[in-house]
Design a protein around this ligand. Sequence first.
Ligand SMILES: NC(=O)c1ccc[n+]([C@@H]2O[C@H](COP(=O)([O-])OP(=O)(O)OC[C@H]3O[C@@H](n4cnc5c(N)ncnc54)[C@H](O)[C@@H]3O)[C@@H](O)[C@H]2O)c1
Length: 414
Amino acid sequence: MEKIPLCLIGCGGMGHRHILAYKELEDSGIGNIELMAVCDLNPRNAEMGGREIERLFGRKPLVFTDLDRALACSEIAAVDVVTDPSTHHTVAVPALRAGKHAIVEKPLGLTVRACQAIIAAARESGVVLATAENLRRDPPNRLARSILDHGLLEAPFLMIHNALGGDDQIIITPWRHLKDKGAIGLDMAVHYTDMVQYYLGEFDQISGRGLIVEPVRRRPANHGLDLESYRERFKSFPETVQATGEDGLIALYTMKSGAMVQFSYVAGGRGSGTFERSVHGRRAAFWAPGDRNGRPVILRLDGKELKGAEILPLLPNFAMSEITERLFGAGTVEYQLPFPPIDARHMAIEFHDFGEAVLKGTRPEVDGHLGMTAVAAVLGAYESALAGRQVGMAEVLAGEVRAYQEEIDRSLGL
Ligand SMILES: NC(=O)c1ccc[n+]([C@@H]2O[C@H](COP(=O)([O-])OP(=O)(O)OC[C@H]3O[C@@H](n4cnc5c(N)ncnc54)[C@H](O)[C@@H]3O)[C@@H](O)[C@H]2O)c1
């Protein structure tokens, strides 16, 4: 099978997890990408990435610490951008202009303008652009989407998406608390706005606000995530970080279908600790279990409660992609696995989809536009509070409301 020679750009915590996912893809037997190079401005992280590839794949990749040199390498056909969000456009735009296909980690860009710069570069070069969005790849989420596709709910009118709870510790890296670097309010909630659009289609109207629940974030006693790259940098974390970026948002969305979404994501609220993702229609409602935990979707229909695989007989057209079936097992819609393989398999599925788009000229499931609308749905809530009114997704995309983003765009030179 033809494989696309790819360079991983950004070998921090998530870059490391991507390497594990490329291994899952290769081991699936239908791998379509060859991870042949890494690039990171931090030589230590670049070398760490190189060593990890050699250990897992038994071959030495090219190791770059300079983006221009990596992009000048004619053997590289595609890049995977896993740098911190404020740099996505500064990496992706030159890569796309150099004719490389690109998959870019969420959030596609820090602002709508940053996303648009990336999308425009892909269009001008005629190459494939995908946004790396892993949560929708989870088999329970595929099942949930299929319940909607089969019309079992009948006229869904409400989605509830609440993820609340946290403390005052620094979340993974200090940049996740800084407005112009990609604060957690956007960094995490963008996954959830993607889940909203995955289930219910296009956003129409947005009202809401951003929050800084914990204004001062403290260095935790241990990092919590056992990845060498995070562990190393943890030593240099400051004792405290003054948060300049949101750690949450509360929003009410109206979708183009007319369905409404009650949405909150808050990485704070010390007594909270709650998660709900449910969709309600005239005839039925379902509760999805969240992500990367393998628990069953629960469907309540006609006075009965069905769980996980029990729902399958009601879904004659339910199908998962070949790569999903290979990695999770055919028809598997609930599972018990530790986090690392779950995480790696979801990403292997998104990489395979990107590879197919490059090889066959098809559209990746999460393209640049969907990556941008997931970002705009979060920023739209912040913009609506500043504008003092409900804002339209169209206005946010057209840059007609951008008071919140102006300062970031200025710092990014956009
Ligand atoms: N999908 C998920 O589940 C998930 C989880 C975690 C992070 N992420 C995303 O992954 C991305 C990276 O997050 P992270 O936690 O790994 O961040 P990180 O800070 O740990 O790593 C970023 C790496 O990028 C490198 N870098 C920065 N600018 C560069 C440039 N111009 N060229 C080359 N290398 C550069 C840094 O040196 C660092 O090694 C973010 O977009 C984040 O939102 C996604």
